[in-house]
Design a protein around this ligand. Sequence first.
Ligand code: URA
Length: 237
Amino acid sequence: MALLRLDKYLSDCGVCSRREARALIKSGRVTLDGTAAAAVDAKVDPDSARIMLDGQELCYQRFHYYMLDKPLGVVTATEDRRQQTVLDLLPSALKQWKLFPVGRLDKDTGGLLLLTDDGDFAHRVISPKNEVWKCYLAETEGRVTPDDAAAFAAGLTLKDGTVCLPAMLEALEGCRCLVRVREGKYHQVRRMLASRGKPVISLRRLSIGSLSLPRDSSPGDITELREDDLCRVFMDK
Ligand code: URA
């Protein structure tokens, strides 16, 4: 792995911001391979360096992964002149990394959105060839029928000719249903349900692969993901 400045190493570990790291190093609380580190720009090899803060060994984290329970009314973008973006919701401690959303949810869709600074991971999640399943809870005008479910299972063709892969539709109580799709076309779930005469009133993504929002999750919640969570993204339920 490429060599890193010591202050960047500390902030990548999530223990402090880059500025705080410089202060910690200057105050002598950081050791590099057993010796008090003096230079904030000392070059370290994350694969081999032994770095301690106040006697505690740090564990280097190259990339960062979070799940956000996206609130309604927020745009899935890294910046926007007029509207609040999902990145505006991050606490300042997470703003030091260059996180970006993995795929997108519409402004009026809530629920599970992954954020990371790992481009390869994001690419694997959204690449159509990986067919990662996403599950949505929808409320529709009118109750979905077994015929609608059969049409989803056969693969819908939308009014503009867009062909959708076979998907799953499960009626819940009232006018609520679960929709499972394994692609991410523009407004896909809304357009699929509208094509069956069931326009969407509200839409919330519950899971990606077998990674789900916690049951008690609320809009705006942000949770750091561990390695086993990331594996779940690529597993089907
Ligand atoms: N399908 C939609 O229609 N909207 C979303 O935000 C996600 C899937």
